[in-house]
Design a protein around this ligand. Structure first.
Ligand SMILES: Nc1ncnc2c1ncn2[C@@H]1O[C@H](COP(=O)(O)OP(=O)(O)OP(=O)(O)O)[C@@H](O)[C@H]1O
Ligand SMILES: [Zn+2]
Ligand SMILES: [Zn+2]
Length: 806
């Protein structure tokens, strides 16, 4: 039998099936989806079995056999295997990178290299590097320890073939192990033993008695010690006598271990919730795939609908996936799922260690759980009887992966929903324009919830013109209205959320005399000021320098930082309201694992008056005592070179406003802006998504942007500027010649950030409505340049449906 294998070598030449023989011993165990180790040229690599076949185009005696099996059970299910075929075409990716993205990081192959002495031709010199002639040296270790001279010598030995480099494939240490012991004797034998054992050996007798009284499963040594009140040495002595045997036990790490979740009951639904659940249930019960777009205002109880929809799927013996943006994968959200479904839930998010993620994935794979809650990659959860897929905050751009394979979780969700004929629910208070347009056309089924639960009113939104404040002599970052509103909250002991829109609003250093701005020497972007260690850092390449005390250009002393970060806001806040207790949440205060959770818990307990933060606090928070939301610099991202900037502004402002007054106490929102008349800000005031949608659609139509047109962006970069321009130009011309007349090709143009890490960046954009030749033409471009790309610094990246326009 022949296995057709995709090997773990990501190049265009190797992106095809390779044939390997299946030896008799592996005959029944090698199945599609299994990982194997195969010889590939001089090396050994990991690969995925895609098909089993009886025949090969190649003569059988030319084929090499599969050398090892990595798994016992295929980690890629049949359905995921066929999904991978589709996804590689959709994203123009190598098949291997698609297969790898479906698995947790801990399961990706790790390649190590070893140095072996070629004893037949080795000289004394080369042999002196090896302690034993027949034992290898670890390559990484050698690189770490060797002196430059030694490394040079080794390179020569390798060239002369005196030393050979051999790669070995390993996997990451995925399992956490623990030493356990069990009895080697039967219970009857143990009884006999007890009779003959010296009466003085009291400790040993107790231990033997334990194994007589209990079942014969292995027990971890640590547990045994605490249960029998025995010692390690007593256990050891019985092991030495051969009465007990040691073995390693795989240990499951449960990140929520020790946490008690009180079971929550389904709430009686509101009328709107009931209608939505009804529609979803029909699709579920009839096993007919539908994609629902659930537009529900903030606080309308979308999460409760998800919970009850999942419950229905589970009652049919099916499984469910819930995607939430990483940023809103808050403890609050997780708790709500854990409380409802208990141990049936696996949680996958980036705060988990590699090993913990693997364990959660394994629980899904082994069908120990039936609900997976997680960020983007959880869409590949290896369930095989899916009944429900939910994407919360479906407008979030983090659902698109910004590296190869550049997939969008929404597309994957719908594809899987079709396979299992189950409902897919896209939920948001502010759906993406694309999804809403599709729902209006009837491609998705639109369901809406316009009211908050329990007749809670939407918060009153005031828009404050900061130019006006300035005219009246207020130079602080808080308008008089916001300051007064905060004072009232402090008196009433209610809570405040202060949101600083940080995107496109960096803190940079500028000379007030000559206008000099500190920029990164490798990237065309200004350096960001970090107050904590008085440094300037580049957020693209990591370049760090100290803050200059004088302007490098004019030598003036008026060089200082501009813009306002959360630290600055905190300082200013304490100046005007000295007794205010601020809980600041930003990248600096949440770096440590679990700190995010702790800060929110503190705020929830009322140990802070203000929760001050960036994007991180815009979503998912549900605290009854928040009655005021203040937005500083609402328009700071309106001016980014991105056609979605208005949409993002509206979404973010609506989301953050939605944190106010969600329960009994009414909420108020104050939005500070320099562009109060912009529709993306005005429509937040009336909570009017539909009005915003209509206006934005006109803008998109005029500009020829999605959802009216599809976009594909081709990024070209190289250290050599002339080559970048030349290649981008050739590509642009080629596209213009190949694609249909109605398709527009723009370029070559420099990217919004023209240089990153000393690489020049150009791009070319394709706008089209229908373009049957697109995939084929793009593949041709990649083929044309693949040689040059593998030899030089040139890189060409194709992004269909781009979200990052920079
Ligand atoms: N049927 C119901 N009866 C009573 N309370 C409910 C009901 N449904 C939801 N709630 C409560 O209303 C509050 C808001 O609901 P939820 O957080 O689900 O809203 P949401 O639409 O997901 O909001 P957002 O999009 O703003 O995060 C929660 O505290 C929730 O427990
Ligand atoms: Zn840089
Ligand atoms: Zn200057």
């Amino acid at each position: 039998m022949i296995a057709k294998v995709i090997v773990d070598v990501s190049t265009n030449q190797t992106d095809r099936l390779f044939d390997y023989l299946i030896l008799d011993e592996y005959m029944d165990t090698v199945v599609p989806g299994l990982r194997v180790v195969v010889p590939f040229g001089p090396r050994k690599v990991q690969g995925f079995v895609i098909e089993i076949s009886e025949t090969s185009e190649y003569p059988l005696d030319k084929l090499k056999p599969i050398q090892e099996l990595v798994d016992v059970k295929p980690p890629i299910t049949k359905e995921l295997l066929s999904l991978s075929e589709w996804l590689k075409n959709e994203t123009l990716s190598h098949h291997i990178s698609v297969l790898k993205v479906m698995l947790p990081a801990a399961m990706r192959a790790k390649y190590k290299k070893q140095l072996w002495l070629n004893t037949s031709i080795a000289t004394e010199e080369s042999a002196s590097f090896f302690r034993k002639k027949d034992a290898p040296i670890d390559w990484d270790e050698f690189q770490k320890k060797a002196k430059t001279m030694e490394r040079k010598m080794m390179a020569t030995f390798i060239k002369n073939n005196e030393v050979t480099v051999q790669p070995i494939v390993g996997t990451h240490e995925t399992k956490k192990k623990r030493v356990a012991v069990k009895s080697a004797y039967t219970k009857a034998q143990l009884h006999d033993l007890l009779e003959t054992l010296n009466k003085g050996a009291k400790k040993q007798r107790e231990l033997i008695q334990f194994f007589i009284n209990n079942n014969s499963n292995p027990i971890p040594v640590v547990d045994l010690i605490s249960e029998v009140k025995t010692s390690r040495s007593t256990i050891k002595s019985l092991v030495e006598k051969g009465i007990l045997v040691e073995e390693e036990m795989e240990l499951r790490r449960d990140p929520y271990e020790g946490r008690e979740f009180t079971k929550s009951k389904p709430l009686p639904l509101t009328e709107e919730q009931g209608i939505v659940l009804q529609s979803i249930s029909e699709s579920l019960n009839n096993e007919i795939h539908r994609t629902f777009l659930l537009r529900g205002v903030t606080g309308s109880g979308k999460t409760e609908v998800y919970l009850q929809a999942i419950e229905k799927a589970l009652s049919l013996g099916k499984e469910a996936i819930v995607l939430v943006p990483e940023i809103s994968l808050t403890p609050q959200m997780v708790t709500r799922f854990k409380e409802r479904f208990g141990s049936a839930v696996a949680v996958l998010h980036s705060a988990l260690s590699k090993g913990e993620k693997y364990d959660e994935w394994k629980r899904i794979s082994d069908k120990e759980v039936s609900v997976a809650v997680g960020a983007r990659s959880a869409i590949f959860a290896p369930f095989e009887n899916l009944g429900m897929i939910i994407i919360d905050e479906e407008h979030e751009t983090s659902y698109k992966q910004e590296e190869s394979p550049r997939y969008h979780a929404r597309d994957v969700a719908i594809k899987r929903g079709e396979y299992y004929q189950c409902p897919v629910i896209l939920g948001s208070a502010t759906p993406s324009l694309e999804s809403y347009a599709r729902a209006k056309k009837g491609v998705y089924q639109l369901v809406t919830m316009e009211k908050r639960v329990n007749d809670v009113r939407m918060p009153v939104v005031t828009i404050t013109d900061m130019r006006e404040e300035l005219r009246q002599g207020n130079r602080s970052m808080f308008s008089n209205g916001l300051l007064d509103a905060m004072k009232v909250r402090l008196e009433r002991r209610e809570q405040i959320v202060l949101f600083l829109n940080r995107r496109g609003y960096s803190t940079f250093i500028m000379c007030r005399d000559c206008g000099y701005v500190a920029e990164c020497p490798h990237c065309d972007i200004s350096l960001t000021y970090h107050r904590a260690n008085q440094s300037l850092q580049c957020h693209y390449c990591g370049h760090v320098e100290t803050v200059p005390s004088r302007c490098p250009d004019c030598e003036g002393e008026s060089i200082r930082f501009f813009g306002s970060g959360t630290q600055k806001v905190e300082e200013e806040l304490i100046k005007v309201l000295p007794n205010i207790r601020v809980i600041r949440m930003d990248v600096d205060t949440t770096r440590k694992k679990g700190s995010h959770e702790k800060l929110l818990e503190k705020f929830g307990k009322g140990e802070g008056d203000v929760l001050l933060g960036t994007q991180m606090i815009a979503k998912g928070l549900d605290f009854p005592n928040i009655t005021l939301v203040g937005v500083l610099a609402a328009d700071s991202m309106l001016h980014l070179p991105d056609f979605r900037s208005a949409e993002r502004t509206f979404q973010l402002l609506t989301q953050v406003s939605g944190r106010a007054g969600r329960h009994e106490k009414p909420g108020e929102v104050i939005i500070q802006t320099y562009t109060p008349d912009h529709y993306s800000i005005q429509d937040v005031k009336q909570h009017d998504f539909v009005s915003f949608f209509q206006k934005e659609m006109m803008v998109r139509k005029q500009g020829g942007y999605p959802p009216y047109y599809y976009l594909t962006l081709i990024h070209v970069s190289d250290v050599d500027l002339t080559n970048v321009v030349a290649v981008t130009e050739k590509i642009t011309n080629f596209l213009k010649g190949e694609l249909s007349e109605d398709t527009m090709v723009y370029g070559p143009v420099a990217s919004a950030i023209p240089r990153i890490k000393d690489r020049y960046r150009y791009q070319c954009m394709i706008k089209y409505k229908v373009e049957p030749k697109l995939t084929q033409t793009l593949q041709e471009i990649i083929k044309t340049y693949q040689g040059e790309m593998s030899r030089s610094n040139l890189s060409i990246v194709i992004d269909s449906n781009p979200y990052m326009m920079l």
